[in-house]
Design a protein around this ligand. Structure first.
Ligand SMILES: [Cu+2]
Length: 628
């Protein structure tokens, strides 16, 4: 007979979630988990209950019985729609130290938004922190509604301390895994969470070859053992590269391979033979990541909230901003298996070479008996990940992405844009001073088509455009091609390493058909730059190494079933071609999702003009839109 009944439920929508467990042995109820942080989904809640039972001294066999009989009865409380986001300082202990991290509702990572295609969301962000902040709903198209997109000084002024702003937007024709994060300097290091869009109730099934019994959301993050805003401020002062992170995390937890972490390593329970949908999100700031699960194949079924033609792989690679949904079949002997992520480092630059882990635990995984006669769980089986610089594996993985069937890709182009994407160095009048600690006494910078983007301060670009007051905020002379053509991936003359600064937008006519070649450069270093376009999804029609050659490379484009994404990496020392129809009027940021690069200027803005009439024009701004 099981001796524990779950009589209370966890709610992810209260500030101090808890579970009540009733013990028929002692006829007492046990309130646990009062201090636990961020119950983002049921699997995690089950895991936390398991951990609480373990630390309450129950034997492995007892816990096994509990899992077998009762674990499936634990359910999260039904939602009210998440409505209020209190942005506040919260003590978070990682790597043996407590930091006052900026969080949403005291949770790290922040609450998961679980919605359906067609839902309308109303989310009030109340800023109780000491920093200006804004929130971005990464991958949501925000049709005609740039006001809810979030990047500070692009579509809104940031929410000042003490202020609030209500984001109102609809989910239109989108399903899958997205996420939300702060879009203000480096605050997204701790202000982020998953945004899961399920199919509508009218047709609730996933279009997968097999249907999952469980879903597990994995937010891969980066942790600094100091205030990330100070890391950024130091780099901005010195001009050198910012310090790399001290840990990677899975749902906020570094896992077994870091100091003071293994007690809290996340465990996700799975029954033998079950099919699990893993929603993997790279919410890290600066690092592309390889992810894999020991001894398990992964079947990719979606990326960036677009379904893909299923394919099998041992490992996936995600740049910051990207998401990948995979199906995993629990077809291995009952045991504990590591789920792990570490860097894919494409650049010639320092990086965090640590590995984050969580554990996939089979129900019925055998207990072992220690010499002292205690029962305990087995060690987890390690995951095999590619080498840190294994570009071949990263490229082979990305190359397999396809849309499920034939899609409508723009063929006749109205705009044929060629953007160089890369780093640079600003020379200093007096090299090697405190403010010039970059290579050879310079300051790091980055640019697209030799323009290093400067975020405006007096107004957001969207507000200035809407009000007809662009002067002093932005200009519309962003170049469609590099001002000086050069051998982009060759040995670039030092005279081309220094871009100009500017806040330049590129105008697009409503419904124009756009192609952009994103060409990485070898200035300072070649690198995978995960380029993210706000307000759109685009088709990735081609990619290659070296310099893009239109006469040769265009012929190899996939115009039949290319994958649809919102973030795509330039191969290091190569190019990637994307296409979309500019049917969403407004001001939309395109930028590298490596935060170390965006503040150096690796960004630009598209200004998509209104079409005809109300339904092809930007909506009116909400009354509570923050002012600068
Ligand atoms: Cu970049």
């Amino acid at each position: 007979m099981p001796s524990i009944l779950v009589i209370g439920f966890l709610s992810k929508y209260t500030s101090s979630p808890y579970a009540l467990l009733y013990s028929s042995e002692t006829r007492t109820s046990l309130k646990i988990l009062e201090n636990f942080i961020a119950p983002s989904n049921e699997a995690e809640v089950r895991n936390r209950i398991y951990e609480a039972l373990k630390s309450s001294g129950k034997s492995c066999n007892f816990i096994g019985e509990f899992l077998q009989n009762w674990e499936s009865k634990i359910k999260l409380a039904e939602k009210p729609m998440q409505q209020i986001s209190h942005i506040q300082e919260t003590p978070v202990k990682r790597l043996c130290r407590v930091h006052n991290s900026i969080t949403v509702n005291g949770q790290f990572p922040g609450p998961t938004l679980e919605v359906r295609n067609g839902d309308s969301l109303v989310i009030t962000a109340i800023n109780k922190a000491q920093y200006n902040i804004s929130l971005h709903w990464h991958g949501i198209k925000q049709m005609r509604n740039p006001w809810a997109d979030g990047p500070e000084y692009i579509t809104q002024c940031p929410i000042q301390p003490g202020g609030s702003y209500t984001y109102r937007f609809n989910i239109e024709e989108q399903e899958g895994t997205l996420w939300w994060h702060a879009h203000s300097r480096w605050l997204r290091a701790t202000v982020y969470g998953a945004l899961i869009i399920r199919p509508p109730l009218s047709s609730p099934h996933y279009p997968f070859p097999v249907l999952p019994k469980r879903e597990i959301t994995l937010l891969l993050g980066e942790w600094w053992d100091r205030n990330p805003m100070d890391v950024l401020a130091l780099a901005q002062f010195t001009g050198a590269a910012p310090n790399v992170s001290d840990a990677f995390t899975i749902n906020g937890q570094p896992g077994d391979l870091y100091r003071c972490s293994s007690q809290e390593t996340l465990r996700f329970l799975v029954g033998a033979g079950e099919i699990v949908l893993l929603r993997v999100i790279n919410s890290g700031l600066n690092q592309e990541l390889f992810f894999g699960v020991a001894n398990h194949k992964l079947t990719v079924v979606a990326a960036d909230a677009s379904y893909t033609k299923p394919f099998s792989t041992n490992v996936i690679m995600l740049g910051p901003g990207q998401t990948t949904d995979v199906l995993l079949t629990a077809d291995q002997p009952p045991a504990h298996y590591y789920m792990a992520a570490h860097a894919y480092n494409s650049a010639n630059a320092p990086f965090d070479n640590t590995t984050t882990t969580a554990i996939l635990q089979y129900k019925g995984a055998p207990c072992v008996t220690t010499l002292q006669g205690k029962s305990q769980t087995q060690r987890a089986i390690p995951a095999q990940l590619p080498g840190f610089n294994d570009t071949a594996t990263a490229a082979a993985f990305t190359a397999q992405m396809r849309s499920p069937s034939k899609v409508e890709v723009p063929v006749e182009l109205d705009e044929d844009l060629f953007f160089t994407v890369g780093l640079g160095l600003f020379n200093c009048p007096t090299p090697n001073t405190q403010r010039c600690q970059g290579p050879n006494g310079t300051r790091f910078t980055a640019s697209i088509n030799n323009v290093s983007f400067v975020f405006p301060r007096i107004n957001s670009i969207m507000q200035a455009y809407y009000q007809g007051t662009p002067a002093g905020v932005f200009t519309t002379d962003f170049p469609p091609v590099p001002p000086t053509p050069f051998d982009y991936t060759g040995n670039v003359s030092r005279g081309l390493w220094q871009p100009t600064r500017g806040t330049k937008a590129y105008k697009l006519k409503y419904k124009s058909k756009v192609q952009i070649i994103l060409q990485d450069t070898s200035i300072v270093t070649t690198e995978n730059h995960p380029m993210h376009l706000h307000g759109y999804e685009f088709y990735v029609v081609g990619t290659g190494v070296g310099n893009f050659n239109p006469s040769k490379d265009t012929a190899s484009f996939n115009l039949v079933d290319p994958p649809r994404r919102n973030t795509i990496g330039t191969p290091p020392g190569g190019w990637v071609a994307i296409r979309f129809v500019a049917d969403n009027p407004g001001v939309w940021l395109m930028h590298c999702h490596i935060d170390a690069h965006i503040f150096w200027g690796l960004a630009m803005v598209f200004l998509v003009e209104n079409g005809e009439g109300h339904l092809q024009s930007v909506q009116s701004p909400p009354l509570d839109l923050p002012r600068c």
